[in-house]
Design a protein around this ligand. Structure first.
Ligand code: ZN
Length: 200
């Protein structure tokens, strides 16, 4: 099989953007073999501060390898999202987060999603509730980034050649809850942006 994959080339049916969390290993979760799935992982399954590398890799996958499905997969009890939520709540209480290392910048970048989740839930929401909501919104936040900043992805989606879905992997049960397409997909396929902000 390995020799055939080298000789014939790879043709993964699905690209997955997942979290780097060691408890969410995507090939294991989906019983995938070499050549099956094209996996991109970082803490928080995000394009924040990884715009070129995540989006560029995904463009290679859907254009050159012709993958048909893109799945952005968050997971329960995500440490990156917990950190981002804590960063948002800290900022809200008047303590401006200090950015002295790359991890701080990552969490500040993700905290905008926690802010949106908190505003949706309203006053009285617990930190745990905000975290759960942020995990879900962050999946769509990443999907929306792919659509907004990649003409290649937009063309494929508009032509029905690629489908982008969200999901949440439950660390305790091993089940994946599929969330469907981004509610903003129809709007974002009309976006005019050709490069992510950091590369424009
Ligand atoms: Zn995580």
């Amino acid at each position: 099989m390995r020799k055939a994959l080298v000789k014939e080339g790879q043709a993964p049916h699905t690209a997955i953007i997942g979290c780097a969390d060691s408890r969410a290993p995507l090939e294991t979760v989906f019983d995938a073999m070499p050549g099956d799935i094209f996996v991109l992982r970082n803490a928080g399954n995000t394009c924040t501060h990884a715009e070129g590398s995540v989006l560029g890799s995904l463009e290679f996958c859907v254009a050159a390898l012709q993958s048909k499905m893109v799945l952005v997969l968050g997971h329960t009890a995500c440490g990156a999202i917990k950190g981002a939520t804590a960063t948002y709540l800290q900022a809200k209480s008047g303590n401006k987060p200090q950015v002295t290392k790359a991890l701080d910048a990552l969490l500040v970048g993700l905290s905008d999603v926690a802010k949106k989740a908190s505003e949706e839930l309203g006053e009285g929401a617990t930190e745990a509730q905000i975290v759960d909501r942020t995990i879900k919104l962050n999946v769509f936040h990443t999907i929306d980034f792919l659509l907004q900043y990649s003409p290649l992805v937009r063309e494929k989606v508009a032509a029905g050649e690629v489908e982008i879905q969200g999901g949440i992997y439950d660390l305790e049960t091993g089940h994946v809850e599929f969330l469907g397409q981004s509610p903003a997909q129809a709007t974002l396929v009309k976006s005019a942006s050709t490069l992510p902000p950091s590369l424009a």
